[in-house]
Design a protein around this ligand. Structure first.
Ligand code: URA
Length: 251
């Protein structure tokens, strides 16, 4: 079977090796980057207190849904809605252009991300960048990367339901501002919390879901792939599904 250049590049990138840091043999940028989002913003906006759980859309959620990028960055940087604010060093809003066709959603910042204030900057992030590069995607240029949680859970423990609930309005606003044409949800935690499902990734991948009206493709977390090399082939198939969707080829 003839493989097109994108699939060949993806096979190469996912071929059980990582490119050395700093090496970039991906396609040259086709266009100037869109405006990058300022990570440091002004004073946080006053947000109404959150309504009790289960009482529907509260005022805080409604207020977050109106924020522009600058106000959103400030709101996240000043957020004290859950206990994670006590232990974080930095909030991690996201990285990428203000508008992008592709959006990646992971779980939560880890130690490196908490230190640097940027998602996916450790070894898993390097693999993610290599996978994205095979699709001609670059976090500085044409893919926006965020997490379900904006603060690091201490010791990288699993996020708690109340932490997810308080952070979710921020992710919803990010999606509304970025206006992606496809969301790639990476890892069991991100997938299960976005899709409100307890199904394992193996049962959810391979088809197109939706979140906030945006087509969503499920795949493995890059940190998992670093430990489970054979599943890289499945992740490659997931990326192809998302790429086909962008090309108008998938259901
Ligand atoms: N894992 C994630 O899910 N997100 C990050 O930003 C880093 C590691």
């Amino acid at each position: 079977m003839e493989l097109d250049p994108r699939r060949l590049a993806m096979l190469r990138e996912m071929g059980l090796r990582l490119l050395p840091p700093g090496r970039d043999d991906g396609p040259a940028p086709a266009a100037a980057p869109e405006a990058e989002i300022a990570l440091v913003a002004a004073a946080p906006p006053e947000l109404p207190a959150e309504a009790p759980a289960g009482s529907g859309t509260d005022d805080r959620t409604a207020a977050i849904a109106t924020l522009d990028w600058e106000a959103l960055a400030a709101a996240v940087a000043g957020c004290r809605a859950c206990g994670l604010c006590e232990s974080r060093r930095n909030t991690v809003l996201g990285v990428g252009p203000a508008r992008a066709d592709w959006m990646v959603v992971g779980e939560a910042p880890g130690e490196q991300e908490d230190l640097r204030g940027e998602p996916f900057v450790g070894p898993a992030g390097q693999l993610l960048d290599n996978m994205l590069r095979a699709l001609g995607l670059d976090r500085r240029r044409n893919v926006y990367i965020a997490n379900v949680l904006k603060c690091r859970p201490p010791g990288n423990r699993n996020p708690q339901p109340d932490e997810v609930a308080r952070c979710e309005p921020f992710l919803r606003r990010q999606v509304a501002l970025v206006q992606p044409r496809v969301i790639l949800a990476m890892g069991r935690f991100a997938v299960q919390s976005l899709l409100q499902s307890q199904e394992p990734i193996g049962r959810l991948r391979g088809r197109v879901h939706a979140w906030q009206g945006v087509p969503l493709v499920v795949t493995y977390h890059p940190a998992y792939l670093l430990r489970n090399l054979p599943d890289k082939a499945k992740a490659w198939a997931d990326l192809c599904l998302a790429a086909d969707l962008m090309d108008g080829g998938a259901p």
